[in-house]
Design a protein around this ligand. Structure first.
Ligand code: NAD
Length: 483
C-alpha cells in the first residue's frame, strides 16, 4: 500500500451514517496514529440531537426491516460481506493507521474475519418450533427481533467486532446503531459509508463520539439491547444505566486467561504457540493468554523457550512488512503496560526479555517475559492487555487450577500436556467460557462464527457467535392457537 494511497484515504472527510445519509458534527475528535503519535484525521463527535435522530431512524426502519424475509436479508448481508472484503486493503490501512496492528493482520480482519460474520450468520437457521399440535390446539415458538440494538465497540478489532454484532442483529430483524471506539473510528466510518446503498436507510447507522455517547446509548429508553465489547468497569456502568429501561445485554468484557503447563507437556512445541497467543495484536486480545502457570520441573525450560520464541518478533510500524508487533494502540494502554512491568521489576521479578519501552515516537513496547512473579503483583492480578507475560511456578495440578480460578475474570484458559484426555479433564475444572487444550485462542476456531464465545464471572454476560449468540438478538414469542 503506497503512502500516497494512505494519505488520500485519510484526507477524504470521515462522516457518520444517519438514516442513510452522510452527516458531520459541529465538533470533531482527533484520531492518533499510535506509531507516530500524530493526529492523522478528525472524526465527527456526534451530538445528543444526532443520537435522537438516529434512534428515530432506527425505529422507523425496524417496522419494515423486521418484516423482511430471510432471503432478502441474506442477499443484503452477502452483498455487504463482498463489499467489505473487496475494500479490505483500504480499510486495513486505516486500521493500521489508527490502531497500529500489522497491515497483513488488518487486511485479514476486513477480508475474512468481518465478512465471515456476515456470511456465517446469514446461513444460520433461526427456526420456529411447533411445541404442541393436537386435535385441540397448536402451540408454536417463534424468535422475534428486539428492536433497536446499540453496538458499542472497543479498539482492538474495530471492523471485526462491529460486524460480529451487526450480522446477527440484522439477520434476526433488528436495526443497529453502531458506536466505534473514539480511538479507532476511521475504518468503521468508511466501511459503513461504503455499505450504505446496500440496505434501507436506518437499518445500520454509525455515530462516532466519545465515551459520553456510550452513556447516552445505554441510558436511552429507545434502545432495546446493548451489545458491548470493552472493559469490565465499562460493562458494569452499562448494566447499571440500562437497568431503568430493562435492556437486553450482551457484555463481552475483559479477561485474564490462565494457561497451565503440566509436567508432561512438550515445552518446545508449546512455547511458540503460547507466545503467539500472548503477543498477537501486541497482546491486545481479550482471550490472549495472560498468566502462564508452569510446573516447577519444567519452569526454567519454558522460560528459555519463550524467550527464544519472542526473539524473532520484530517490533515496528504496522506498515512495515517485517513487523510482527505494532505499537500499543493508544497512550493509555502503553502507560498501563509500562506501569505493570516497572512494578514487577521493582518487586523483584526477573525480566527475561523486553521490559522497557522503545525510544522515540510511538507507543512501542517489546515482547516482555517476566519470571519469578506471583499473585499480588498487578501484572498477574490485573488484565495487562499488552505485550508482557508473567510466568508463574506451581507444584501440584490442584494448586495450579485453584490459582488459575482465583481471578474474578473467566474468559478462556488452556492446559498444555502430552495426555490430551487428562488435559481435557483439567480444562473442565477451569472457570472460563472457553477451555483450550494444547492451544490458546488459536485459529481457525478462535473466531469461528458457529462457536459461542463469552466469559464466566466478570468476563461477561451472554455469548456472541453461534446459535446462542444469535438468539441473544431475539425474544421468544409463543403463539397458542385453540383449534
Ligand atoms: P472501554 O470499556 O474503555 O471502551 C469500550 C467502548 O465503550 C468504547 O466505544 C467506549 O467509548 C465506550 N464507553 C466508555 N465508557 C462508556 C460508558 N460509561 N457507557 C457506555 N459506553 C462507554 O474498553 P476499551 O479500552 O476500548 O477496550 C479494552 C477492553 O475491552 C479490555 O478489557 C478487553 O479485554 C476488552 N475486550 C473484550 C473482548 C471480549 O470479547 N470479551 C474483546 C475485545 C476487548
Amino acid at each position: 500500500m503506497s503512502n500516497t494511497r494512505i494519505e488520500a484515504l485519510l484526507e477524504a472527510p470521515f462522516v457518520m451514517t444517519i438514516d442513510g445519509t452522510s452527516v458531520t458534527a459541529p465538533k470533531t475528535l482527533g484520531v492518533i496514529n499510535p506509531a507516530t503519535e500524530e493526529v492523522i484525521a478528525e472524526c465527527p463527535d456526534a451530538t445528543e440531537a444526532q443520537l435522537e435522530a438516529a434512534i428515530r431512524g432506527a425505529r422507523a426502519a425496524f417496522a419494515s426491516w423486521s418484516q423482511t424475509s430471510f432471503e432478502e436479508r441474506r442477499e443484503i448481508m452477502l452483498g455487504m460481506a463482498d463489499r467489505v472484503a473487496a475494500a479490505a486493503r483500504d480499510l486495513g490501512s486505516l486500521i493500521t493507521a489508527e490502531q497500529g496492528k500489522p497491515f497483513a493482520a488488518a487486511v485479514t480482519e476486513c477480508e475474512s474475519m468481518g465478512p465471515g460474520s456476515l456470511r456465517g450468520f446469514s446461513e444460520m437457521e433461526l427456526a420456529s418450533e411447533v411445541l404442541i399440535d393436537d386435535d385441540a390446539r397448536r402451540v408454536e415458538l417463534h424468535h422475534r427481533p428486539l428492536g433497536v440494538v446499540a453496538a458499542i465497540v472497543a479498539w482492538n478489532y474495530p471492523v471485526h467486532t462491529a460486524l460480529q454484532k451487526i450480522a446477527p442483529a440484522i439477520w434476526a430483524g433488528n436495526t443497529v446503531i453502531l458506536k466505534p471506539s473514539p480511538f479507532t473510528p476511521l475504518a468503521t466510518l468508511r466501511m459503513m459509508e461504503q455499505l450504505r446503498d446496500l440496505m434501507p436507510p436506518g437499518v445500520v447507522q454509525t455515530l462516532s463520539g466519545g465515551h459520553e455517547m456510550g452513556r447516552w446509548l445505554s441510558a436511552h429508553p429507545g434502545i432495546a439491547k446493548i451489545s458491548f465489547t470493552g472493559s469490565t468497569p465499562t460493562g458494569r456502568h452499562i448494566m447499571a444505566s440500562s437497568a431503568e429501561s430493562l435492556k437486553h445485554l450482551t457484555l463481552e468484557l475483559g479477561g485474564n486467561d490462565a494457561g497451565i503447563v503440566l509436567p508432561d507437556a512438550d515445552v518446545e512445541a508449546a512455547a511458540p504457540m503460547i507466545a503467539q497467543s500472548a503477543f498477537n495484536n501486541c497482546g491486545q486480545v481479550c482471550h490472549a493468554l495472560k498468566r502462564l502457570f508452569v510446573h516447577r520441573s519444567r519452569y526454567a525450560e519454558m522460560c528459555d523457550a519463550l524467550v527464544r520464541a519472542v526473539s524473532t518478533m520484530h517490533v515496528g510500524d504496522g506498515m512495515e512488512e517485517s513487523t510482527r508487533l505494532g505499537p500499543l494502540a493508544n497512550r493509555m494502554q502503553f502507560e498501563i503496560i509500562d506501569r505493570l512491568v516497572t512494578d514487577a521489576r521493582d518487586r523483584g521479578a526477573r525480566i527475561l526479555c523486553g521490559g522497557e519501552p522503545l525510544e522515540g515516537a510511538g507507543y512501542f513496547y517489546p515482547p516482555t517475559i517476566v519470571a519469578d512473579i506471583e499473585e499480588g503483583a498487578p501484572l498477574v492480578d490485573e488484565e495487562q492487555f499488552g505485550p508482557a507475560l508473567p510466568v508463574l511456578c506451581y507444584e501440584t495440578v490442584d494448586e495450579a487450577v485453584e490459582r488459575a480460578n482465583a481471578s474474578d475474570k473467566g474468559l478462556s484458559g488452556s492446559v498444555w500436556t502430552a495426555d490430551t484426555e487428562a488435559g481435557a479433564r483439567v480444562a473442565a475444572r477451569l472457570e472460563c467460557g472457553t477451555a483450550w487444550i494444547n492451544q490458546h485462542s488459536a485459529q481457525p476456531t478462535a473466531n469461528h462464527v458457529s462457536i459461542p464465545f463469552g466469559g464466566f464471572k466478570a468476563s461477561g454476560v451472554g455469548r456472541e457467535r453461534g446459535l446462542l449468540g444469535l438468539l441473544a438478538y431475539t425474544q421468544p414469542q409463543v403463539i397458542n392457537l385453540r383449534k
